[in-house]
Design a binder for this molecule. Structure first.
Ligand SMILES: [Zn+2]
Length: 431
């Protein structure tokens, strides 16, 4: 199907960060073919872009989407108590259908919020993949491997085997991109970490990991290995340009240097970090100065409690301005970069995703800017970061397919999914 978006304000996020007024975007066979004024080519579907803004789909580089099931279940707790007393006991009871429905409602939430790609690490990943396929979103999925028994495997070696099976099953799929995950250094032994790395290297796949999230993690790493988390991973040979590390709130100067040298990719999750009060100061400026690839994540909806990158963009900017007592850094443009082209680069997909340019995959979000809170319009990038809301997202195209049109989900019945999720969660709590 071909789609022509007419007369739109296009925030391209190309190399020059061009903003194009009254431009058309032609999409054919899942790709962006032309971005120009007055395109006259035939298209099966015309979208009127008057008073609308087109942006590249937002990329959420760290979440656990099925954890929508635990949204609001246990808040206002310290991270380790929250995990051990509340989340892990419920997770032990999880079944495949729970993760499928949790993922389905989360994928719907993300599409409606303008997120077109997300990185997920969790359990029952074939069922998460099923939800991704049904929704039509792009999912970069992996089994969370750790040393403790999980609902999907009882030993880390079994977890690694499952992760490899999952990788082989989904490799080459147009929407599901499999990768590998080690949960964290405090849940994975050196043998487990290196076992995951061996598999990822075999397939040249990405490895996703939680890293340097809390002071406790750093203290224990130093007690156990003599080194802070990132230096420990460097010492055992784990770090490379194929590693995507989430959180990194406690990185020291030496670790930042190693990240730069090894080209490790970073996912910054400010809302989750602030909610769980993990302390530390995500070293945004130092990482940027060292040209480390930076992206944004929401983290799971149990620790955020939304899957909303508009909110995350604003939080990123405000948090760092406040911490550094510097209203000039980061700029709205730098933050938008993290949510778009930065995310694509973190996933090694900068040639395919992250900007609106001919030849790239057609993952495009259209926002309605004819709203009181977006009036007047001086600088569109400023509005996207500081004023726009996920609810301003009107139309979403992923892989050249319209999934959301004028706020209406085309593939799925949202109300029915909400009912199924509510029934399933009631059953999970009682189980
Ligand atoms: Zn996480």
């Amino acid at each position: 199907m071909s789609i022509l978006i007419k007369n739109c304000l296009v925030v391209t996020q190309d190399k020059q960060r061009r903003i194009l007024k009254n431009h058309d975007i032609l999409i054919e066979k899942g790709k962006i073919v032309k971005v120009a004024r007055n395109i006259q080519d035939y298209a099966d579907k015309i979208i009127d872009g008057e008073n609308k803004v087109a942006i590249p789909g937002l990329i959420n580089t760290h979440t656990h989407v099925s954890m929508t099931l635990f949204r609001g279940y246990a808040d206002d707790m310290e991270l380790h108590r929250w995990l051990t007393e509340k989340i892990w006991p419920l997770e032990a009871k999880l079944e495949a259908e729970d993760c499928y429905l949790g993922a389905l409602i989360g994928c719907i939430e993300m599409v409606k919020s303008g997120i077109t790609s997300f990185v997920d690490m969790y359990f029952f990943m074939n069922d998460v993949a099923r939800a991704v396929k049904e929704t039509g979103i792009r999912g970069f999925l992996s089994y969370a491997v750790l040393d403790f028994p999980t609902p999907c495997f009882s030993s880390p070696s079994e977890g690694i085997r499952k992760a490899e099976e999952f990788y082989l099953k989904w490799s080459g799929d147009p929407l599901v991109e499999p990768l590998f995950s080690a949960h964290a250094i405090y849940t994975c032994s050196e043998e487990t970490l290196l076992g995951i790395k061996e598999k990822a290297d075999k397939f040249k796949a990405l490895i996703h990991i939680h890293l340097s999230e809390t002071e406790k993690e750093v203290r224990e790493s130093i007690e156990k290995t003599g080194l802070p988390p990132a230096l420990y991973l460097e010492k055992i040979g784990f770090l490379s340009e194929n590693v995507l590390a989430a959180h990194c709130t406690w990185l020291n100067k030496e670790e930042i240097g190693v990240f730069s040298e090894k080209k490790v990719k970073v996912s910054h999750n400010p809302v989750s970090n602030m909610k769980l009060a993990v302390g530390g100061r995500f070293p945004l400026k130092a990482l940027m100065e060292k040209k480390v690839t930076l992206s944004l994540g929401t983290d799971g909806p149990a620790s955020n409690n939304s899957l909303d990158l508009f909110e995350t963009m604003k939080a990123t900017s405000l948090l760092h301005k406040y911490l550094n007592r510097d209203p000039t850094f980061p700029s709205a443009q730098q933050v938008l970069d993290m949510a778009t082209i930065g995310g694509a680069t973190a996933l090694r997909k900068e040639r395919e995703l992250g900007s609106i340019e001919p030849g790239k995959k057609a993952d495009i979000v259209i926002l309605n800017f004819r709203k009181p809170h977006l009036t007047p319009l001086h600088k569109v990038v400023s509005h996207l970061v500081y004023s726009a809301k996920a609810s301003d997202v009107e139309t979403v195209i992923i892989n050249g397919e319209i999934l959301l049109e004028e706020g209406k989900l085309l593939r799925l019945n949202e109300r029915k999914v909400i009912e199924r999720v509510n029934e399933r969660v009631a059953n999970l709590i009682k189980r």
